[in-house]
Structure formats: C-alpha cells, structure tokens
Ligand binder design. Sequence first.
Ligand code: TYM
Length: 334
Amino acid sequence: MKRLVSGIKPTGELTLGNYIGAIKQFVKLQNELPDTEFFIFIADLHAITTPQDKQLLKKRVRDIAAYYIACGLDPNRVNLFVQSEVMEHAMLGYIMESTAYINEMERMIQFKEKRTSQTEGVRTSLLTYPALMAADILLYDASIVPVGEDQTQHLELTRTLAQRFNHLYGDTFVIPEGHVTKVGAKIKDLQEPTKKMSKSEGLSQKSYILLEDNLNQIKNKIKSAVTDSDTKIYFDEVNKPGISNLLTIYSAITDTPMSDIVDKYKDETSYAGFKSDLAEIVAEHIGQIQENYKTLMASNTLDDILDTGAQKASMYAQRKILKILSKMGLKRKK
Ligand code: TYM
C-alpha cells in the first residue's frame, strides 16, 4: 500500500492559503486515492523553532486538528495525529541532521527569510528544521507529499537526504514525490498580491483571510482586496496580480476551470460584481467549515481521534525506526 504524508505548523490561525494549498488537496486526494494510507499531522515540534506562547500553542494544535476534520478529512480514513506524540519523529530528525550538511540547511529560502525576522536569538532548530521535515516524511515511507509551493525546496532536500542515506546504508527510504496543486499552490496576500498570503507576514488583517474570521469580515476583505485600475477580468499574474489571485481563489474554491470564470465575467465593466460574487462564495464555503468545526468541538470526539491516530502512526514509526537503526549499526542486538 502507498502512503501519503503532510502536516501544518500550529504557529498561527489557519489561512485561506493553508486551506487551498494544503487541506483542500488532502481532502481531494483522500477521495481520489483509495489505495493510499494517509498520515496527516499537526507539526507542533516545528512550531517551537520560534518562540511560542504555551497556552496559545495548545489551543492551535486542537484547532488545526478540528479544522482538518471540519474541512472534510475523514478520521476513519486518515491517521490524524500530533507530531510530538510520536517520538520517532524527533529521533529520525536527529538522524537526518546527521545525514544533511550545514550548507544545505543554510541555503533554504525559508531559513534565510525567517532568521532576519527574529527579535530574540535565532534557535538552532530554525536552521535544522528541514531535517525534521524530512524525518516526518521518510518515517512513513511516503511516496506522495501534498504541499503548497513554499515547501517544494524542503521536499527537494528530503529527496536528496533519502538518496544519500540509501547510498550510505543500503536501500531504506522511499523517495517521495511532492504533489503541488495546479491552481492555488501560492495564494497571495490580498493587499500586496505579489507576496504569499501569510498571517505572520501580512501587513494588516486585510492581507489574509482566516478560517475563523467572521463571515462579514471575510466578505469585506475580498471586496477591499487590492486590484489594478484596469476593469477587465482576465488571468495575468505579472500585470494583474490582484485580480489573478482572486480568480485563482474563485477557481480553487468552486473547482471551476479558470477559462469558464473568465468567460462568465468577460463583459463586466468593473470589478465590483465579480468581487461581490467571490465574497459570497468564499463566505459560504468557509461558513460551512465553521459550522462543522462547531459541531465537532461540541462533540468531545477530538481527543479519541487524535489518540487513535497517534497509536496507529506510532506502530508504523516504531517498526521503521528499528530498521533504520539496524542499518546504521546503532542496534546492539541482532
Ligand atoms: P506551513 O505550516 O507553513 O503551511 C502548511 C501548508 O500550507 C501551505 N501554504 C500555502 N499554500 C498556498 N498558498 C499559501 N499562501 C500558503 N501558505 C501556506 C504550505 O505550503 C504547506 O503545505 N514545513 C511545513 C509543515 C511540515 C510538513 C512536514 C509538510 C512539517 N513537516 C512534512 C509536509 C510534510 C510548514 O511549515 O508548512
């Protein structure tokens, strides 16, 4: 059986970017790949590469777990768990640090960007983060890893480390493939549409949509998204980044081909009607997710789901780590 792995870091509330680039893909693939086992987790160990408030971290871990299910992941179909509850992630993370070279880590774009935004000391784990991410993937012999565009460099490094390890110690790891959606792999900031939508990097709250925003806020953020002064609606990322980002969101949320949307609005003489339609579409879509989230939170089933997920993931991870240690000469017996 093939396996799929992916995760999200609980460093901020989930954005529309996380939803379209990652979670919506997990849900789609869950239905498209019946013969693949899914391991979807909350990457809490990755969160502590930068300072976190304890209570907030705890809340966000639960929230992401609940939103995964509210967005359509089926806990009976997917192993859903919290990364730190499966100890082998940290152990294989160290082994991957002992496979990777420092200059490979220093080359990572996210490290270069994030180190400059740190006000306190830069933690060592911010540098070694991609080794842990490689471990998350290789621990489960994943062949497919759905991620947004900003994670592709980390995934490429994962492949390099897996190949290096296999070369050093013999065939051990499956070489994973990234799965990046064609529409929505990089949802842009609504105010600065050349930048990625991100809660931590947005200039103001109008830059991003959160899954937990109230529906009026969502509509207003879309209606006040920055667009160019032309009035024609068509896709051109270079010259019309704002309207292209909104078209991308429309296409991704409604699963409609871009050309159909452009065709629908081709006679419009302003952006207002299109923005207003999109505002309703996104608010309705997120509104449904919020309803599911509330029902789930009221049901007290979340802990059972996460306990079961961690147990199943641990079973796989424990078996795998023993094989890895043995390959490296780190197992005393046999
Ligand atoms: P993170 O937590 O930053 O983001 C989670 C997922 O959301 C995607 N994403 C976006 N996609 C489209 N448009 C955006 N604006 C946008 N913003 C975020 C990200 O690409 C990602 O897929 N290192 C990872 C978490 C991780 C992981 C893993 C992922 C840890 N271990 C193993 C896959 C496999 C991260 O920080 O993602």
